[in-house]
Design a binder for this molecule. Sequence first.
Ligand code: NDP
Length: 282
Amino acid sequence: MYGPVIRRIALPAGEKIPVLGQGTWHMAEVGEHRKAEIGALRLGLELGMTLIDTAEMYAEGEAERLVGEAIGGRRDEVFLISKVLPSHATRRGTLDACAASLRRLKTDRLDMYLLHWRGSVPLWQTIEAFVELKERGWIRHWGVSNFDVMDLIDLWQIPSGTEVQTDQVLYNLARRSPEYNLLPWCREQDLPVMSYSPFEQGDLLSHPAVRGVAERNDITPAQVALAWVLRQPLVCAIPKSGSVARVQQNAAAAAIRLSPQDLTELDLAFPPPIKARPLETL
Ligand code: NDP
C-alpha cells in the first residue's frame, strides 16, 4: 500500500526523518486494543510514517513491548525513538534505562534517545551517558524533550551538548507559544522541532474554527491540525492513533497545504503569541 510521499527534514547530523511519525502514549493500556494498535502502527509504516515515538514511561514499559511487536521483522524501515525518565537520567541510570528499553523493544539500537524532560539530575551527566551510548552503538542520535530556549542555552554550554538532534515539545494550534522564540531559535541552529500532541490529545478536533476549515476543504479536522503544524519549516509531528482509518487520514495530511484564507481563520481563533511565555507541557 502506498500513501503520499512524506516530505523529509534533515537532522543536524545530516540524516533525514519524515515530517510525520507515530506516537504511542496510551497504547498498550487496554488489552483488547492491542491488536488494533499494532495494526495501526504497521499500516502507518506502510504509509511512510516510519518514525515511531515511544518512551519507557508509556504504560510502564508496555508501550515499548507493543512497539517491539509491531516493528518485528521490519526494524530497518523504522526510525525508532524512545525516552529516558528524568529520575533515571544519571550517568549509570541512563545506561541501564536504555538497556531495558532495548530489551522491551527487541532491538539492538535506538535511532534516537531523548531525555523526556529536564529533572534534577545535572544535564552533563545525562549527556555523558548519551555520548557513551552512541560509542557503544546502542543509540544512533540523542535529543531532548520539553526544553525551553533557556534549557537549550544551558545545553549549549555542556561538552557535546550541541550534538543534540531534536527538541520534542508541545506545539499545536492551541499551544503556539513556541512560535515566539523557541522555533526561531531552533531554526537558527538547524535543530528540528518535533511537535507532540498535535491534536491536543483530540480536544482540538471539535473546535468550530478547525471544523470550518476542514469542511470547506473537504478534509478532516485532524488533517487541518497536522497540515497547520507542518506549515513550519524544520518541524515534524508525531500524532498517535490506534485506528487504521485514522492512521490513513493522518498520513494523507502530509500532502495537504492550507490556503492563506485557512491560515487567517485559524489565526483569528488561535492567535499567535505576542510575547514570550514559558513552554507549556503535558
Ligand atoms: P495527539 O494530539 O496525537 O492525540 C491523540 C488522540 O487523537 C487520540 O485520542 C487518538 O485517538 C485521536 N486521533 C488520532 N488521529 C485522529 C484522527 N485522524 N481523527 C480523530 N481523532 C484522532 O496526542 P498525544 O498526546 O498522544 O501526542 C502524540 C504523541 O506525542 C504521543 O503519543 C507521544 O508519543 C508523544 N508525546 C510526547 C510527550 C513528551 O513529553 N515528550 C508528551 C505527550 C505526547 P485514537 O487512537 O482512538 O485514534
